[in-house]
Design a protein around this ligand. Structure first.
Ligand SMILES: [Fe+2]
Length: 208
């Protein structure tokens, strides 16, 4: 059995390790802002949920490859931002936004919601079921993202795909500071969970 002195020493050493600055998490780096662009929906869909691949009241499913997109909304201290809402909008498989200036009658995939929103849970986690983004015009594949923070500054950015060869020619992506580009370029991985074939992506959003 340990003597009281020995036990106190062991406890003090443990406390010192727990409070050591080396164990404190490094502050996170804020996700870089990127332009909102001209195609935030000028009319919101009747279905506003986080599954963009199915539109309420329609039987079909959007054309394209399914992407399970998730991530956490965090402050610089690494704590989840409670009550945050994440919005995304992106083109359908044919390259059209849910914006009356971006398609003619019949051009859009009516089975793609084009826009969705998700509230974060207590851990700051959000999830979307959407499409792997496709390129259009001069743009590399991307998903527009906006985070609304209750009582605070919001974040507008874009999710790019890491390693996409078109990123190097994308003038909007190239405006992001080179050492921060990795924060908005996410890796796609094959989706091995659940019924959806396709990819998964993890995009953490850190708000300053
Ligand atoms: Fe865009």
């Amino acid at each position: 059995m340990q003597s009281p002195t020995r036990r106190r020493l062991v406890m003090a050493a443990g406390a010192a390790i727990l409070s050591s600055p080396a164990r404190a998490a490094a502050p996170l780096v804020a996700t870089p802002e990127m332009t909102e662009g001209p195609f935030y929906p000028d009319h919101l869909p009747s279905d506003l949920d986080s599954d963009l691949v199915k539109v309420a009241g329609r039987n079909g499913q959007a054309s394209g490859e399914i992407l399970a997109l998730s991530g956490r909304v965090l402050g610089l201290d690494g704590n989840p931002i409670r009550g945050a809402v994440v919005e995304i909008w992106q083109v359908d498989a044919h390259g059209h936004y849910l914006h009356s200036g971006d398609y003619a009658e019949g051009e859009r995939d009516a089975n793609f919601q084009g826009y969705g929103r998700a509230q974060v849970d207590a851990q700051g986690l959000y999830r979307f079921r959407t499409l792997k983004p496709v390129a259009y015009d001069f743009r590399a594949p991307h998903i527009h993202v906006r985070v609304l923070r209750p009582g605070g500054r919001s974040l507008t950015t874009q999710m790019m795909i890491a390693g996409d060869p078109q990123n190097a020619r994308d003038s909007i992506y190239r405006r992001v500071r080179p050492d921060l580009q990795r924060l908005v370029a996410v890796e796609l991985r094959p989706n091995l969970v659940g019924p959806d074939a396709g990819s998964t992506a993890r995009f953490d959003l850190v708000l300053a």
